[in-house]
Design a protein around this ligand. Structure first.
Ligand code: PLP
Length: 399
Protein backbone atom coordinates (compact mmCIF):
# COMPACT_ATOMS: atom_id res chain seq x y z
CA UNK A 1 0.00 0.00 0.00
CA UNK A 2 1.23 3.51 -0.83
CA UNK A 3 2.16 5.57 2.18
CA UNK A 4 -0.17 8.43 3.03
CA UNK A 5 1.96 11.52 2.41
CA UNK A 6 -0.81 13.85 3.63
CA UNK A 7 -0.50 12.39 7.14
CA UNK A 8 3.22 13.05 7.20
CA UNK A 9 3.24 16.70 6.18
CA UNK A 10 4.56 19.46 8.42
CA UNK A 11 2.25 22.25 9.54
CA UNK A 12 4.53 24.65 7.66
CA UNK A 13 4.01 23.08 4.25
CA UNK A 14 0.29 22.67 4.94
CA UNK A 15 0.14 26.45 5.54
CA UNK A 16 1.98 27.21 2.28
CA UNK A 17 -0.19 27.55 -0.81
CA UNK A 18 1.21 26.61 -4.22
CA UNK A 19 1.86 29.67 -6.39
CA UNK A 20 -1.25 30.62 -8.30
CA UNK A 21 0.85 32.36 -10.96
CA UNK A 22 2.95 29.27 -11.59
CA UNK A 23 -0.20 27.15 -11.79
CA UNK A 24 -1.69 29.32 -14.54
CA UNK A 25 1.53 29.81 -16.48
CA UNK A 26 1.03 26.53 -18.36
CA UNK A 27 -2.34 27.60 -19.76
CA UNK A 28 -0.98 31.09 -20.39
CA UNK A 29 2.03 29.77 -22.31
CA UNK A 30 0.06 27.99 -25.07
CA UNK A 31 1.44 29.39 -28.33
CA UNK A 32 -1.64 31.37 -29.44
CA UNK A 33 -2.26 32.92 -26.01
CA UNK A 34 -1.08 36.50 -25.50
CA UNK A 35 0.18 36.36 -21.94
CA UNK A 36 0.43 39.31 -19.60
CA UNK A 37 0.44 36.82 -16.73
CA UNK A 38 4.10 35.99 -16.11
CA UNK A 39 6.78 38.21 -14.65
CA UNK A 40 9.45 37.37 -17.16
CA UNK A 41 12.13 39.78 -18.33
CA UNK A 42 12.25 40.11 -22.11
CA UNK A 43 14.76 37.48 -23.31
CA UNK A 44 16.18 39.92 -25.89
CA UNK A 45 17.64 41.72 -22.87
CA UNK A 46 19.84 38.77 -21.86
CA UNK A 47 23.48 39.59 -22.75
CA UNK A 48 24.12 36.12 -24.14
CA UNK A 49 27.29 36.81 -26.15
CA UNK A 50 28.91 38.67 -23.30
CA UNK A 51 27.96 35.96 -20.80
CA UNK A 52 29.42 33.30 -23.07
CA UNK A 53 32.70 35.22 -23.15
CA UNK A 54 32.60 35.42 -19.36
CA UNK A 55 31.97 31.68 -19.07
CA UNK A 56 35.08 30.95 -21.15
CA UNK A 57 37.17 33.55 -19.37
CA UNK A 58 36.37 32.44 -15.80
CA UNK A 59 37.01 28.77 -16.57
CA UNK A 60 40.35 29.62 -18.17
CA UNK A 61 41.39 32.15 -15.54
CA UNK A 62 40.16 30.66 -12.29
CA UNK A 63 40.29 26.96 -13.15
CA UNK A 64 38.99 24.61 -10.51
CA UNK A 65 37.87 27.44 -8.13
CA UNK A 66 34.92 27.95 -10.44
CA UNK A 67 33.81 24.36 -9.83
CA UNK A 68 34.76 23.99 -6.17
CA UNK A 69 32.69 24.48 -2.99
CA UNK A 70 32.92 28.04 -1.77
CA UNK A 71 32.14 30.39 1.12
CA UNK A 72 28.53 30.94 2.27
CA UNK A 73 28.53 34.74 2.01
CA UNK A 74 29.42 34.55 -1.68
CA UNK A 75 32.26 35.47 -4.03
CA UNK A 76 34.16 38.35 -2.34
CA UNK A 77 34.82 40.17 -5.65
CA UNK A 78 31.10 40.13 -6.49
CA UNK A 79 30.20 41.42 -3.03
CA UNK A 80 32.78 44.21 -3.47
CA UNK A 81 31.27 45.13 -6.82
CA UNK A 82 27.77 45.36 -5.29
CA UNK A 83 29.03 47.44 -2.35
CA UNK A 84 30.82 49.80 -4.76
CA UNK A 85 27.76 50.19 -6.98
CA UNK A 86 25.39 50.98 -4.08
CA UNK A 87 27.93 53.34 -2.52
CA UNK A 88 28.29 55.20 -5.81
CA UNK A 89 24.57 55.45 -6.57
CA UNK A 90 23.20 56.02 -3.08
CA UNK A 91 26.13 57.55 -1.21
CA UNK A 92 26.31 54.63 1.23
CA UNK A 93 29.45 53.31 2.89
CA UNK A 94 29.08 49.57 2.46
CA UNK A 95 31.84 46.99 2.32
CA UNK A 96 31.68 43.38 1.16
CA UNK A 97 30.97 42.41 4.79
CA UNK A 98 27.56 44.07 4.50
CA UNK A 99 26.55 41.67 1.72
CA UNK A 100 25.48 38.05 1.35
CA UNK A 101 24.93 36.61 -2.11
CA UNK A 102 21.70 34.63 -2.30
CA UNK A 103 20.12 32.24 -4.76
CA UNK A 104 17.89 34.97 -6.17
CA UNK A 105 16.19 37.40 -3.82
CA UNK A 106 13.55 34.72 -3.40
CA UNK A 107 16.01 32.82 -1.22
CA UNK A 108 16.57 35.95 0.84
CA UNK A 109 12.84 36.05 1.61
CA UNK A 110 12.94 32.42 2.70
CA UNK A 111 15.98 33.07 4.93
CA UNK A 112 14.41 36.13 6.54
CA UNK A 113 11.31 34.10 7.37
CA UNK A 114 13.42 31.31 8.87
CA UNK A 115 15.63 33.64 10.92
CA UNK A 116 12.93 35.95 12.30
CA UNK A 117 9.63 34.10 12.46
CA UNK A 118 8.06 31.60 14.81
CA UNK A 119 4.49 30.43 14.45
CA UNK A 120 2.01 33.31 14.87
CA UNK A 121 4.65 36.06 14.84
CA UNK A 122 3.52 39.19 13.07
CA UNK A 123 4.62 40.39 9.63
CA UNK A 124 3.40 43.68 8.15
CA UNK A 125 2.91 43.52 4.37
CA UNK A 126 1.53 45.82 1.71
CA UNK A 127 -1.99 45.17 0.56
CA UNK A 128 -1.60 43.83 -2.13
CA UNK A 129 1.92 42.37 -2.16
CA UNK A 130 4.24 39.95 -3.99
CA UNK A 131 2.57 36.58 -3.66
CA UNK A 132 5.79 34.54 -3.55
CA UNK A 133 6.91 36.56 -0.52
CA UNK A 134 3.67 35.56 1.19
CA UNK A 135 4.43 32.00 0.13
CA UNK A 136 8.01 32.11 1.49
CA UNK A 137 6.94 33.55 4.86
CA UNK A 138 3.93 31.19 5.14
CA UNK A 139 6.24 28.24 5.85
CA UNK A 140 6.72 29.72 9.35
CA UNK A 141 2.96 30.22 9.82
CA UNK A 142 3.08 33.91 10.78
CA UNK A 143 0.14 36.28 11.16
CA UNK A 144 0.07 38.80 8.31
CA UNK A 145 -0.97 42.39 8.98
CA UNK A 146 -1.78 43.86 5.58
CA UNK A 147 -1.55 47.65 5.28
CA UNK A 148 -3.22 49.46 2.39
CA UNK A 149 -0.92 50.43 -0.46
CA UNK A 150 -1.82 53.88 -1.76
CA UNK A 151 -0.50 55.83 -4.77
CA UNK A 152 2.13 57.21 -2.33
CA UNK A 153 3.19 53.85 -0.88
CA UNK A 154 2.22 51.99 2.30
CA UNK A 155 -0.31 54.00 4.27
CA UNK A 156 1.67 55.44 7.27
CA UNK A 157 -1.34 55.52 9.61
CA UNK A 158 -2.18 51.94 8.72
CA UNK A 159 1.44 51.01 9.43
CA UNK A 160 1.31 52.64 12.86
CA UNK A 161 -1.90 50.75 13.65
CA UNK A 162 -0.42 47.46 12.43
CA UNK A 163 2.63 48.03 14.63
CA UNK A 164 0.42 47.95 17.73
CA UNK A 165 0.57 44.17 17.18
CA UNK A 166 3.65 42.08 18.03
CA UNK A 167 5.45 42.41 14.70
CA UNK A 168 8.89 41.02 13.76
CA UNK A 169 9.35 42.73 10.40
CA UNK A 170 7.75 44.99 7.82
CA UNK A 171 8.04 43.86 4.20
CA UNK A 172 7.92 46.49 1.45
CA UNK A 173 8.64 46.77 -2.27
CA UNK A 174 9.15 50.54 -2.56
CA UNK A 175 9.99 50.77 -6.28
CA UNK A 176 7.61 49.67 -9.08
CA UNK A 177 5.94 47.31 -6.71
CA UNK A 178 4.90 43.79 -7.67
CA UNK A 179 1.98 43.55 -8.37
CA UNK A 180 0.87 47.22 -8.70
CA UNK A 181 3.78 49.01 -10.38
CA UNK A 182 3.44 51.77 -7.72
CA UNK A 183 6.42 53.60 -6.20
CA UNK A 184 6.65 55.16 -2.75
CA UNK A 185 6.92 58.97 -2.81
CA UNK A 186 9.83 60.74 -1.09
CA UNK A 187 7.45 62.12 1.54
CA UNK A 188 5.99 58.71 2.30
CA UNK A 189 9.49 57.20 2.63
CA UNK A 190 10.36 59.90 5.13
CA UNK A 191 7.21 59.21 7.17
CA UNK A 192 7.83 55.47 7.23
CA UNK A 193 11.45 56.06 8.24
CA UNK A 194 10.17 58.16 11.16
CA UNK A 195 7.62 55.55 12.23
CA UNK A 196 10.15 52.70 12.21
CA UNK A 197 13.00 54.59 13.88
CA UNK A 198 13.85 53.26 17.31
CA UNK A 199 11.49 50.27 17.14
CA UNK A 200 12.59 46.66 17.49
CA UNK A 201 11.15 45.84 14.10
CA UNK A 202 13.17 44.92 11.02
CA UNK A 203 12.44 46.75 7.78
CA UNK A 204 12.79 44.52 4.70
CA UNK A 205 12.99 46.53 1.48
CA UNK A 206 12.78 44.23 -1.51
CA UNK A 207 14.03 46.00 -4.61
CA UNK A 208 14.29 43.86 -7.73
CA UNK A 209 12.97 46.66 -9.99
CA UNK A 210 14.63 49.87 -8.72
CA UNK A 211 17.28 49.78 -11.47
CA UNK A 212 14.53 49.74 -14.12
CA UNK A 213 13.29 53.32 -13.68
CA UNK A 214 12.39 54.76 -17.06
CA UNK A 215 10.77 58.01 -15.79
CA UNK A 216 11.87 60.41 -13.06
CA UNK A 217 14.67 60.28 -10.50
CA UNK A 218 15.71 57.47 -8.21
CA UNK A 219 14.64 57.93 -4.58
CA UNK A 220 16.72 56.97 -1.54
CA UNK A 221 15.99 53.71 0.23
CA UNK A 222 13.90 54.01 3.37
CA UNK A 223 16.35 52.08 5.50
CA UNK A 224 19.79 52.07 3.95
CA UNK A 225 22.30 54.31 5.68
CA UNK A 226 19.80 55.49 8.26
CA UNK A 227 18.47 52.51 10.13
CA UNK A 228 20.58 49.79 11.60
CA UNK A 229 17.55 47.52 11.64
CA UNK A 230 17.00 47.21 7.94
CA UNK A 231 17.60 44.70 5.19
CA UNK A 232 17.75 45.60 1.53
CA UNK A 233 17.30 42.93 -1.13
CA UNK A 234 18.63 43.15 -4.67
CA UNK A 235 19.03 40.82 -7.61
CA UNK A 236 20.61 40.47 -11.03
CA UNK A 237 17.43 38.74 -12.27
CA UNK A 238 15.97 41.80 -13.99
CA UNK A 239 19.22 43.49 -15.02
CA UNK A 240 21.31 40.56 -16.29
CA UNK A 241 19.51 37.19 -16.15
CA UNK A 242 17.08 35.46 -13.78
CA UNK A 243 18.23 31.97 -14.76
CA UNK A 244 21.58 32.30 -13.01
CA UNK A 245 19.69 32.88 -9.73
CA UNK A 246 22.00 35.50 -8.29
CA UNK A 247 20.62 37.97 -5.78
CA UNK A 248 21.90 39.66 -2.64
CA UNK A 249 21.13 40.82 0.88
CA UNK A 250 22.52 44.16 2.07
CA UNK A 251 22.43 45.21 5.71
CA UNK A 252 24.32 47.43 8.08
CA UNK A 253 23.35 45.09 10.88
CA UNK A 254 26.16 42.54 11.06
CA UNK A 255 24.34 40.46 13.67
CA UNK A 256 21.35 39.96 11.41
CA UNK A 257 23.70 39.07 8.56
CA UNK A 258 25.41 36.48 10.76
CA UNK A 259 22.13 34.66 11.43
CA UNK A 260 20.99 34.93 7.81
CA UNK A 261 24.31 33.40 6.84
CA UNK A 262 23.79 30.47 9.24
CA UNK A 263 20.33 29.89 7.74
CA UNK A 264 21.83 29.98 4.25
CA UNK A 265 24.57 27.55 5.26
CA UNK A 266 21.87 25.17 6.46
CA UNK A 267 19.86 25.64 3.28
CA UNK A 268 22.35 25.41 0.41
CA UNK A 269 25.90 26.00 1.75
CA UNK A 270 26.38 28.75 -0.85
CA UNK A 271 24.91 30.11 -4.05
CA UNK A 272 26.12 28.45 -7.27
CA UNK A 273 29.73 29.66 -7.46
CA UNK A 274 29.92 29.19 -11.23
CA UNK A 275 27.01 31.65 -11.68
CA UNK A 276 28.64 34.08 -9.28
CA UNK A 277 31.96 34.03 -11.15
CA UNK A 278 30.24 34.49 -14.51
CA UNK A 279 28.07 37.39 -13.30
CA UNK A 280 31.06 39.05 -11.62
CA UNK A 281 33.23 38.70 -14.74
CA UNK A 282 30.38 40.05 -16.88
CA UNK A 283 30.13 43.09 -14.59
CA UNK A 284 33.91 43.65 -14.68
CA UNK A 285 34.11 43.57 -18.48
CA UNK A 286 30.87 45.31 -19.49
CA UNK A 287 29.08 48.55 -18.73
CA UNK A 288 26.06 47.51 -16.65
CA UNK A 289 24.57 51.02 -16.76
CA UNK A 290 24.66 51.02 -20.58
CA UNK A 291 23.04 47.58 -20.61
CA UNK A 292 20.33 48.67 -18.16
CA UNK A 293 19.70 51.80 -20.26
CA UNK A 294 18.80 49.52 -23.20
CA UNK A 295 16.42 47.45 -21.06
CA UNK A 296 14.76 50.60 -19.73
CA UNK A 297 14.26 52.01 -23.24
CA UNK A 298 12.63 48.74 -24.29
CA UNK A 299 10.33 48.49 -21.26
CA UNK A 300 9.39 52.16 -21.47
CA UNK A 301 8.17 51.60 -25.04
CA UNK A 302 6.27 48.47 -24.05
CA UNK A 303 4.67 50.10 -20.99
CA UNK A 304 3.63 53.04 -23.15
CA UNK A 305 2.14 50.68 -25.76
CA UNK A 306 0.09 48.99 -23.05
CA UNK A 307 -1.13 52.26 -21.53
CA UNK A 308 -2.00 53.72 -24.97
CA UNK A 309 -3.95 50.57 -25.85
CA UNK A 310 -5.78 50.70 -22.50
CA UNK A 311 -6.72 54.34 -23.10
CA UNK A 312 -8.15 53.25 -26.45
CA UNK A 313 -9.81 49.92 -25.67
CA UNK A 314 -10.77 49.80 -21.99
CA UNK A 315 -14.27 50.92 -21.06
CA UNK A 316 -14.74 53.91 -18.74
CA UNK A 317 -14.71 52.88 -15.09
CA UNK A 318 -11.66 50.63 -15.49
CA UNK A 319 -8.65 52.24 -13.78
CA UNK A 320 -4.99 51.38 -14.03
CA UNK A 321 -1.65 52.50 -12.61
CA UNK A 322 0.88 54.31 -14.83
CA UNK A 323 4.25 52.92 -13.69
CA UNK A 324 7.52 54.87 -13.98
CA UNK A 325 9.55 51.67 -14.22
CA UNK A 326 9.58 47.96 -13.53
CA UNK A 327 7.52 45.31 -15.25
CA UNK A 328 3.87 45.52 -14.13
CA UNK A 329 0.77 47.60 -14.04
CA UNK A 330 -2.37 47.08 -12.03
CA UNK A 331 -5.93 47.29 -13.24
CA UNK A 332 -8.94 48.04 -11.03
CA UNK A 333 -12.30 46.94 -12.44
CA UNK A 334 -15.66 48.59 -11.82
CA UNK A 335 -17.56 47.64 -8.61
CA UNK A 336 -18.92 44.12 -8.69
CA UNK A 337 -16.67 42.69 -11.44
CA UNK A 338 -14.49 39.81 -10.21
CA UNK A 339 -11.16 39.41 -12.01
CA UNK A 340 -11.06 35.70 -11.14
CA UNK A 341 -14.36 35.09 -12.90
CA UNK A 342 -12.99 36.83 -16.01
CA UNK A 343 -9.84 34.75 -16.13
CA UNK A 344 -11.22 31.70 -17.97
CA UNK A 345 -13.25 33.91 -20.32
CA UNK A 346 -10.04 35.76 -21.14
CA UNK A 347 -8.29 32.48 -21.88
CA UNK A 348 -11.11 31.60 -24.30
CA UNK A 349 -10.20 34.84 -26.09
CA UNK A 350 -6.55 33.75 -25.93
CA UNK A 351 -5.30 36.40 -23.56
CA UNK A 352 -4.06 35.88 -19.98
CA UNK A 353 -3.50 38.02 -16.89
CA UNK A 354 -3.14 37.34 -13.16
CA UNK A 355 -6.31 38.00 -11.14
CA UNK A 356 -5.52 40.06 -8.03
CA UNK A 357 -6.64 37.45 -5.48
CA UNK A 358 -3.32 35.73 -4.64
CA UNK A 359 -1.69 39.08 -3.84
CA UNK A 360 -4.01 39.65 -0.87
CA UNK A 361 -3.82 37.88 2.48
CA UNK A 362 -7.32 38.88 3.52
CA UNK A 363 -9.66 38.99 0.55
CA UNK A 364 -10.86 36.91 -2.37
CA UNK A 365 -12.84 37.63 -5.55
CA UNK A 366 -11.29 41.03 -5.91
CA UNK A 367 -11.78 43.36 -8.87
CA UNK A 368 -8.08 43.84 -9.61
CA UNK A 369 -5.60 42.24 -11.97
CA UNK A 370 -1.86 42.37 -12.67
CA UNK A 371 -0.56 42.81 -16.19
CA UNK A 372 3.05 42.33 -17.27
CA UNK A 373 4.28 44.35 -20.26
CA UNK A 374 7.89 43.24 -20.61
CA UNK A 375 7.56 39.98 -22.44
CA UNK A 376 5.56 40.83 -25.58
CA UNK A 377 6.29 43.21 -28.46
CA UNK A 378 4.24 46.40 -28.84
CA UNK A 379 1.96 45.02 -31.58
CA UNK A 380 1.16 41.93 -29.51
CA UNK A 381 0.52 44.10 -26.46
CA UNK A 382 -1.98 46.18 -28.41
CA UNK A 383 -3.81 43.10 -29.71
CA UNK A 384 -3.93 41.53 -26.21
CA UNK A 385 -5.31 44.71 -24.66
CA UNK A 386 -7.89 44.97 -27.46
CA UNK A 387 -9.09 41.46 -26.59
CA UNK A 388 -9.18 42.28 -22.87
CA UNK A 389 -11.03 45.51 -23.60
CA UNK A 390 -13.75 43.59 -25.45
CA UNK A 391 -14.07 41.21 -22.53
CA UNK A 392 -14.26 44.09 -20.02
CA UNK A 393 -16.93 45.84 -22.09
CA UNK A 394 -19.01 42.65 -22.07
CA UNK A 395 -18.45 42.24 -18.31
CA UNK A 396 -19.41 45.85 -17.62
CA UNK A 397 -22.64 45.32 -19.55
CA UNK A 398 -23.44 42.24 -17.43
CA UNK A 399 -22.95 44.07 -14.09
C1 PLP B 1 9.06 41.68 -5.42
C2 PLP B 1 9.91 40.53 -5.82
N1 PLP B 1 10.77 40.02 -4.95
C3 PLP B 1 11.55 38.98 -5.26
C4 PLP B 1 11.49 38.40 -6.51
C5 PLP B 1 12.37 37.20 -6.78
O1 PLP B 1 13.38 37.51 -7.67
P1 PLP B 1 14.68 36.63 -7.85
O2 PLP B 1 14.61 35.48 -6.91
O3 PLP B 1 14.69 36.21 -9.28
O4 PLP B 1 15.82 37.54 -7.52
C6 PLP B 1 10.60 38.88 -7.45
C7 PLP B 1 10.50 38.24 -8.77
O5 PLP B 1 9.67 38.48 -9.59
C8 PLP B 1 9.78 39.97 -7.10
O6 PLP B 1 8.88 40.49 -7.94
Amino acid sequence: MDMNVENLLSDGIRATPPSFVRSILKAASEPDVISFAGGLPNPVSFPQEELLRSVNRVVKTYGSDVFQYSVTAGLPQLRQYIAGRYNRIFGLSLSEDNIIITTGSQQALDLIGKVLLDKEDGVVVERPTYLAALQAFSMQQPVFYPVELTEEGMDPEGLERALLNPVKFVYMIPNFQNPTGLTYSAKNREKIRGILKGRDVVLVEDDPYGELRFEGERLPYIGAGRLKNSILLGTFSKTVTPGMRTGFIISENRELLKYLSVAKEAGDLHTNIFSQYVIWDYLEHNDLDAHIAKIKALYKKQAQAMMDAMDRYFPPGVKYTRPDGGMFLWVTLPEGVSAMSLFSKALERRVAFVPGDPFYTDEKNVGTMRLNYTNADCGTIEEGIRRLGELLRDAAVEV
